[in-house]
Design a protein around this ligand. Structure first.
Ligand code: GTP
Ligand code: MG
Length: 419
């Protein structure tokens, strides 16, 4: 390891500019990259957060111009769940592995304190799965399915009054974990003038609460102008539909009402086209990249720090992975030894306690035995005494009896002489 460090220090890092004498061919690198990406296909994961029946599934069908065949959710679930489905889509020769993750039962509970928790846990679980794959010795990041959420479409209820507290709490919890794009759902239910006020109110509330929503990037000059304009239209007011009406010689997605028709793709009717343009046609790659370089990076950094890894020590000197590992290993060993010592001490203490308990009971037993012995001797002595007394009494009795018998005999003899 030390030898390697010394060798690396000898490398001259000075870079010189050289001119090529002719065509070499590495100018095809961007094309090679495109070919490779097309061959591998792309992955994109969308999360839809919104109350039950707010038009999440309809909007996904509208956005990808297909039918994902979802079933409506009940309003009576005791807690929020997340449901993810993955689809393979193809447009021209580009394959897209699309995962749509839906909240089920969001905002339906009386106590909404934990509604966002399931969402946060789900996003973290996808990051954790990727991190665990990255930390393996044999990694298969290229082939394993990347399930990290690239965009979170937050469906705002078209009340016209601003955001609900659940909306703010949830978006605040998520803004460091995922690219949030808030949208006003079922925008055909809000009038044109109301909508402008509603949008302004939402933006002001987001700002006042410090919620960082996803900004379409303006650093790439090919899209900077359109993205900057679109940033000014957020939150997009969208309408979704699974029904089609004939417009000229074309069938278009629309919602029909007794007083007229809302055309989903008509920019004067709603912002659906803007949303599709921003999410799918212009910034899909940016959202994939931001997820990896910003949100995942933050998660990874926090987790590695939690595990005890660090880039620099307390003196701001670089610490290598191996040093951290060795420090952690010796810490762990020291902890183990301390634990072992503690267990040993506890064992010795327990043995001592048990020993003194046994000694105590042995002493008790001895005392009891001595007392019994003494009692027994006392009893024996008393019995001996009574026996002696009885014997004496018996001797006395026998003596008296003999005496009595003798005197009775003399008396009888005297009487018979008189006759
Ligand atoms: N007015 C109006 N109604 C809509 C819109 N989008 C969907 N709907 C209607 O709202 C109802 C619910 O739509 P879904 O797409 O099933 O809503 P969801 O959010 O997926 O519902 P769950 O999955 O059950 O939570 C359906 O009757 C749709 O036709 C919209 O943009 N405007
Ligand atoms: Mg649905």
């Amino acid at each position: 390891m030390a030898a390697l460090d010394v060798d690396m220090m000898k490398i001259d890092h000075h870079v010189r500019n050289l001119k090529l004498a002719g065509h070499v061919g590495f100018d095809s690198l961007p094309d090679q990259l495109v070919n490779k990406s097309v061959q591998n296909g792309f992955v994109f994961n969308i999360m839809c957060i919104g109350e039950t029946g707010l038009g999440k599934s309809t909007l996904m069908d509208t956005l990808f111009n297909t039918s994902f065949e979802s079933s409506p959710s009940p309003h009576t679930l005791p807690n929020v769940k997340l449901k993810a489905h993955t689809y393979e889509l193809q447009e021209s020769n580009v394959r897209l592995k699309l995962t749509i993750c839906d909240t089920v039962g969001y905002g339906d509970q009386i106590n909404k304190d934990d509604s966002f928790k399931a969402v946060v846990d789900y996003i973290d679980a996808q990051f954790e799965a990727y991190l665990q794959e990255e930390l393996k010795i044999k990694r298969s990041l290229g082939t394993c399915h990347d399930s990290r959420i690239h965009i979170c479409l937050y469906f705002i209820c078209p009340t016209g009054h601003g955001l609900k507290s659940l909306d703010l709490v949830c978006m605040k919890k998520l803004d460091t974990k995922v690219n949030i794009v808030p949208i006003i759902a079922k925008a055909d239910t809000v009038s044109k003038t109301e909508l402008q006020r509603f949008k302004a109110k939402i933006n002001q509330e987001l700002q006042a609460n410090g919620v960082q929503i996803y900004q379409f990037p303006t650093d790439d000059e090919t899209v900077s102008e359109i993205n900057a304009t679109m940033n000014g239209h957020v939150p997009f007011a969208v309408v979704g539909s699974t029904e089609f009406v004939r417009l000229g010689n074309k069938m278009v997605r629309a919602r029909q009402y007794p007083w007229g028709t809302v055309q989903v793709e008509n920019e004067s009717h709603c912002d659906f086209v803007k949303l599709r343009e921003m999410l799918i046609r212009t910034n899909m790659e940016d959202m994939r990249e931001k997820t990896h370089t910003k949100h995942y990076e933050l998660y990874r950094q926090k987790r590695l720090e939690q595990m005890g890894f660090t880039d620099v020590d307390s003196d701001n000197k670089p610490v290598s992975f191996q040093q951290t590992f060795e420090a952690k290993r010796s810490n762990h060993l020291a902890e183990l030894q301390a634990k072992e010592e503690e267990v040993r001490q506890m064992f010795v203490q327990r043995v001592k306690e048990k020993e003194s308990e046994l000694k105590e009971s042995e002493k008790d037993l001895h005392a009891k035995f001595d007392k019994l012995k003494k009692d027994h001797a006392e009893e024996k002595r008393k019995l001996e005494e009574s026996r002696k007394k009885l014997e004496e009494e018996f001797v006395e009795f026998t003596r008296r009896k003999t005496q009595m018998t003798a005197s009775h005999h003399t008396l009888t003899l005297g009487k018979s002489k008189k006759k």
